[in-house]
Every structure is written in structure tokens, then in C-alpha cells.
Design a protein around this ligand. Structure first.
Ligand code: PRT
Ligand code: MG
Length: 209
């Protein structure tokens, strides 16, 4: 049995075609059913539906053999304990700093609100900027508006969320896409099955270019 961890929402939607090309079609729809384990049209493959930020944890501990997670989540979690063999190039966006549209450029000390604490810490350190990082779990955009932080580090796609809150994107930290990650023990123990799946995903990717 192969267990694949995937989060509901945009990653799930964009992963479906990859899975379908590999003959893996979930027999339930996670948006309407409350099941956390989804059987598929392949009796040897099941999906576990979890929060995006939990995907690396499930795969690291072998609760799932494989997972699909955003590079943002993987960076923040740390990737030493996982194999990351494939960039699926889905759920793309940019990890950026953003600030109020009228705020001056950052100089000296800065207060940063984000859920990407480690990533933000090392980004500002790499620039030699002293940053005080304030961990939030959501609605980062609010922080500069109420004086909680000078800027935020968050994902940007269209930029509409920033704009709606009088913020603007500033510096690009990293382009983000979702990656296939594999448990290290599973890569050995289930190598034939995983290699086959990887090859199929690569084929689907190649057809897209
Ligand atoms: O939603 P939940 O709290 O359950 O978890 P999550 O937010 O981690 O999951 P989800 O499904 O929203 O995001 C999963 C992954 O999708 C992320 O880890 C990213 O790798 C990727 N992704 C791609 C995005 C976006 N694009 C994105 N635009 N994740 C979030 N956003 C959010 C962003 O945080 C901001 O609030 O969308 C807003 C910005 O969008 P624009 O279009 O207004 O710029
Ligand atoms: Mg979300």
C-alpha cells in the first residue's frame, strides 16, 4: 500500500491530474465528504487529507510514504529528513515581503509579522537586517495596519489580498511551487512502486511544457 499525503484546496485540485495520469482517482470528494483517508481507483494507493503545514511531518515519520507540499511549507519545516525528488510546478506563487503602500523602505531594525518564522529570520539575517519576527497563524495583512509590525512575509499570487488592505509587495524572497516529497525509508522499502509513480509524474510534467 502507498499512502500519499495531500492538503485540501489548491494543491489537491492541481495534483488531481498528476494522480489521474498515474491511474489514481479518489473515490470520494474531500470537499463534500469528511473522510480523512480516501480510497482510490488503485487498490494499492490511498490519500490522507491533512493541513498543508502537516504534510512534511506525516511524510517524515512515515505516516505517509509520499506527500505534496508547497516549497514555503517545506522550507519552514526543514527538508533534511525528506527526499524532494520532483518539482510539480503547481500551486505557484511568490514568497515576498510586503508593507503599507505609504511606508518608507526598511532601514535598521524591523518588526515582521509572518507564519514563516524561520524563513523570515534567515532571509533578513542574509541581508544583515535586524528583524524581530512576530509569529502569526493567519491574516498577516492586518499586522502593518494596526501597528503590530512594519512589514509582513507572506505568499502573493495575484496581489489582490495585499491591495485590498493598502499593502504592496516589496522584495521577492523566493518563487514557490509544490513539490513531491518522499519518506526516506519508504524510498528504499517500496522503491519499485515509488519509482513507477515518480516516472509517471515526470511524464505528465514533460507533457505540460
Ligand atoms: O488554508 P489553511 O490554513 O488550511 O492552510 P494553507 O493556507 O497552508 O493551505 P492552502 O491550501 O491555502 O495553501 C497551500 C499551499 O498553496 C501553500 O503552502 C502554497 O505553497 C500554495 N499557494 C499558492 C498559496 C497561494 N498560492 C496563495 N495565494 N497559498 C496561499 N495563498 C494565499 C496567501 O497566503 C494570501 O493570503 O492567498 C493570498 C494571496 O493571494 P493573492 O492572489 O490575493 O495574491
Ligand atoms: Mg490558506
Amino acid at each position: 500500500m502507498l499512502t500519499i499525503a495531500v492538503s485540501k484546496g489548491r494543491i489537491y485540485e492541481e495534483a488531481l491530474p498528476f494522480l489521474a495520469e498515474a491511474g489514481i482517482v479518489p473515490t470520494d470528494d474531500p470537499t463534500t465528504c469528511r473522510k480523512l483517508i480516501l480510497q482510490t481507483t488503485r487498490p494499492d494507493v490511498q490519500l490522507v487529507i491533512i493541513r498543508a503545514t502537516d504534510v512534511p511531518t506525516f511524510v517524515e515519520y512515515g505516516a505517509a510514504d509520499l506527500g505534496i507540499a508547497g516549497k514555503d511549507v517545506l522550507l519552514e519545516h526543514g527538508t533534511e529528513a525528506l527526499y524532494e525528488p520532483l518539482d510539480l510546478n503547481i500551486a505557484r506563487c511568490r514568497l515576498m515581503t510586503a508593507a503599507h503602500k505609504d511606508a518608507p523602505p526598511i532601514t535598521g531594525r524591523v518588526r515582521v509579522a509572518t507564519k514563516y518564522v524561520k524563513t523570515a529570520q534567515s532571509y533578513f539575517a542574509s541581508l544583515g537586517i535586524q528583524a524581530e519576527i512576530i509569529k502569526l497563524y493567519g491574516s498577516m495583512e492586518l499586522a502593518p495596519l494596526v501597528g503590530l509590525a512594519d512589514c509582513i512575509v507572506d505568499l502573493v499570487d495575484t496581489g489582490n489580498t495585499l491591495k485590498a488592505n493598502d499593502l504592496e509587495p516589496r522584495e521577492l524572497i523566493m518563487n514557490i511551487s509544490s513539490r513531491l516529497v518522499v519518506n526516506k525509508a519508504a524510498m528504499k522499502m517500496k522503491n519499485a512502486d515509488i519509482a513507477q509513480l515518480l516516472a509517471q509524474f515526470e511524464k505528465t510534467l514533460a507533457q505540460r511544457v
